[in-house]
Design a protein around this ligand. Structure first.
Ligand code: SAH
Ligand code: SF4
Ligand code: F3S
Length: 474
């Protein structure tokens, strides 16, 4: 399909949903209906939920943080690991009771978990109290699905096997006024053998650069200072566009936007992290001093079976290049322990990478078998006692390298975007450094949304304590 035709369809579709939103809004407002949403999984899902909340607000719903008070409960689900799915089934058990007390309650499920046939069958058979089910490709259709449910009184299930057009320009509700996420691409083509994401999010497709830049400019006009560019593998951005563009060049364009102060992005796949991207990161002043670069496993043998397409040495070489270009950069990573067939020696290679790179933070996961992925049928699945023991050893090491990194900030003055009042102590504000590290500081609430210089006075494993540098206090 030509680009022009795609844009027309996408615009017509957005308009159709907006019309339904305005038709529904009288009914919903008059009744004073409330919604509750809960999001599981990654930033991608969190960002989808902002779009869902934007549509619900425009439909006239008000938000509540109490499930028991809500007229519409929506869970945006994740299936990357088994425990994410178990949480949803637990929640649905509770909702069955709630719906008995409140028969008008509407229950909606969406997100990655819905894209799996076995899950859908299970929901249809055993969880009949769910009213609306949709997937990852048709979020923008929520107004229409709700309308159908209101009008027919029947369960609405709408799951697509693959994506259609990228629908632009729908409302979105941001949690913070001054920072926002922006999708630059959807889906993933990598098929790491343990991972379900390519099956539930479809093939890789990039948004047009002009749509991305327009969205960011609008956000900046609206007060946004920091943006996070989102994609499962941002480093392969732009390859499928009619006029291809590299991620490095996209960053250079974003960096030119006046009024924008910070650029973050995730996730980077090591196999596609080019020298040009490293150069762009170093030369663009707005790109934050951090990089999330998952390595998953230290052993090249395991990496091969994971289909990651790089070796331990190549990963370490990349880290060397990144650190040479940006010496103080904070590196974070994802690590999987106990992939099928992982030997003690393989695991020691993972520990070795952590010792060598000294990450400023790491998300560590025990391998979780996902039906339908190649790794699920591999031999030598690792017993739980072994995976737990490895996981705990890894976590201790990760915590100690992280603590060391945190200590290195003491006495330094660093810029922090102050985000919110501290949840435990209302005299403190909390914010993040360019490295993405959490900082608490005594400051007036008027500083929320400002980037200020803060002197770091002490460090814990997961956060820093600081004080405002004096010219900010005057
Ligand atoms: N696209 C991103 C990550 C998406 S999923 C990337 O490639 O880096 C986030 C993380 O979940 C992955 O990096 C991986 O560490 C972890 N993960 C994915 N599938 C998993 C599984 N089956 N078991 C355990 N961890 C998994
Ligand atoms: Fe999953 Fe690999 Fe794609 Fe990341 S790159 S989403 S881990 S398949
Ligand atoms: Fe989960 Fe889907 Fe993200 S499976 S990790 S919410 S892409």
């Amino acid at each position: 399909m030509g680009k022009r035709q795609t844009i027309e369809i996408s615009t017509a579709e957005a308009k159709r949903q907006m019309d339904i939103i305005s038709q529904l809004s009288h009914h919903i407002k008059d009744k004073g209906l409330k919604y509750f949403t809960q999001t599981f999984g990654c930033q991608m899902n969190a960002h989808d939920s902002e779009k869902i909340q934007g549509m619900l607000t425009q439909m006239g719903y008000t938000e509540t943080d109490k499930e028991a008070e809500a007229d519409l409960i929506l869970y945006n689900t994740c299936c990357v690991r088994e425990n994410a799915e178990n949480k949803i089934f637990g929640k649905l058990g509770y909702l069955k009771k709630l719906k008995r007390l409140k028969p008008d309650l509407m229950i909606a499920l969406c997100g990655c978990m819905m894209q799996q046939d076995i899950i859908l069958e299970n929901l249809k058979k055993n969880y009949r109290h769910v009213d609306i089910i949709f997937g990852t490709y048709n979020i923008y259709k929520l107004p229409e699905l709700l309308q159908t449910r209101f009008e027919t009184g029947k369960k609405v299930i709408d799951i697509w096997d693959s994506h259609q057009d990228i629908v632009e320009d729908l409302p979105s509700e941001r949690k913070f006024l001054f920072k926002a996420c922006v999708n630059i691409m959807y889906g993933c083509n990598n098929f790491c053998t343990y991972c379900i994401v390519p099956y539930v999010r479809g093939r890789e497709r990039s948004r047009e650069p002009q749509d991305i830049l327009k969205e960011i400019r609008t956000l900046v006009e609206d007060g946004v200072k920091e943006i996070m560019l989102l994609g499962q593998n941002v480093n392969s951005y732009g390859k499928t566009l009619d006029t291809p563009m590299s991620f490095a060049d996209l960053i250079r364009e974003v960096n030119k936007i006046e009024g924008l102060e910070r650029i973050r992005f995730m996730t980077s796949h090591p196999k596609d992290l080019s020298d040009d991207l490293i150069a762009a990161m170093a030369e663009c002043d707005k790109v934050c001093n951090s990089l999330h670069l998952p390595f998953q496993a230290g052993s090249t043998n395991v990496l091969t079976r994971m289909n990651r397409r790089y070796t331990k040495e190549q990963y370490l070489e990349l880290v060397r290049k990144v650190k040479a270009a940006m010496p103080d950069i904070a590196l974070t990573t994802d690590i999987i322990v106990a992939f099928p067939g992982e030997t003690d020696e393989d695991f020691e290679e993972t520990m070795d990478v952590v010792r060598q790179v000294r990450f400023s933070g790491a998300f560590t996961f025990v391998y979780s078998k996902r039906t339908g992925t190649p790794a699920a049928t591999m031999e030598d699945q690792i017993p739980e006692e072994v995976s737990k023991e490895r996981f705990n050893r890894l976590l201790d090491l990760v915590n100690s390298t992280q603590a060391e990194h945190m200590q290195s900030f003491i006495g330094k003055v660093t810029d922090v975007l102050l985000e919110e009042v501290n949840k435990q102590d209302a005299t403190l504000l909390s914010g993040r450094t360019s490295e993405g590290i959490l900082v608490h500081v005594k400051a007036d609430q008027s500083f929320i949304g400002e980037i200020v210089n803060i002197k770091i006075i002490s460090a814990k494993t997961h956060y820093l304590m600081g004080e405002l540098v004096s010219d900010e206090c005057e």
